[in-house]
Design a protein around this ligand. Structure first.
Ligand code: HEC
Length: 185
């Protein structure tokens, strides 16, 4: 009798959390977790970063203007170094994306600012920022340093768009070598 009672008790104890789990896993439930990007912290970091990377067009590690692929601009140029934000040093890769009617390589070489359409960034944050994705912080600015939005009106700064089928992380996750970088493939 005693044993049976114990088994019944254990079964009930197990059943309750299992039931809770089943309820929580219900796909019809609305998503409760906050989005992974575009929040106040990520946008504040983007603002400081824009200041920290002032003058990047004169950095030594700069590529030629090269032909781009979708979804980035028609012509592109990379800049890379380390930047300091809030006293911490981070490796960064900046990509200037040039476009516009009649854009050519020569025109961009001559007057890059005129054709600059967007500035896309990958910056490697501290451990724990996004361990699932090598701790990359992503941001897309317009040429004046304003963070741009996606069609869903979400600001493109932070872990963009973690867990979603399209966006910076999903696409760069396909780069060879599993390092999220296409430039070294
Ligand atoms: C559909 C795929 C795709 C998406 C989405 C995408 N990228 Fe890229 N990205 C590429 C490819 C391909 C390259 C390399 C070729 C080139 O430069 O166009 C690249 C290059 C880069 C580079 C230069 C470093 C490297 O990997 O070569 C940066 C920085 C960058 N992307 C930032 C971003 C940011 C920020 C976002 C999101 C706002 C984003 N990308 C979204 C495909 C994508």
């Amino acid at each position: 009798m005693k044993k049976r009672f114990a088994i019944a008790l254990v079964t009930t104890m197990l059943a309750v959390p299992l039931l809770a789990l089943t309820l929580r896993a219900d796909p019809a439930e609305p998503q409760e977790s906050p989005p992974n990007f575009g929040g106040a912290k990520d946008v504040a970091f983007a603002k400081k970063l824009w200041t920290a990377m002032d003058g990047y067009q004169d950095w030594k590690l700069t590529s030629e203007v090269y032909k781009g692929t979708s979804p980035h601009g028609k012509w592109l140029r990379l800049f890379s170094t380390w930047v300091t934000v809030d006293g911490k040093h981070y490796p960064i890769i900046i990509k200037d994306n040039y476009g516009g009617r009649g854009v050519t390589k020569e025109a961009v070489d001559e007057n890059p600012d005129q054709w600059l359409a967007a500035v896309t960034i990958m910056l490697q944050r501290e451990q724990g920022y996004d361990d699932d994705n090598d701790n990359w912080y992503w941001v897309k600015y317009d040429k004046a340093g304003q963070v741009l939005k996606n069609p869903k009106d979400m600001l493109l700064a932070g872990r963009v768009a973690k867990g979603m089928p399209r966006g910076c992380i999903a696409c760069h996750g396909q780069a060879d070598g599993g390092d999220y970088l296409f430039l070294n493939d």
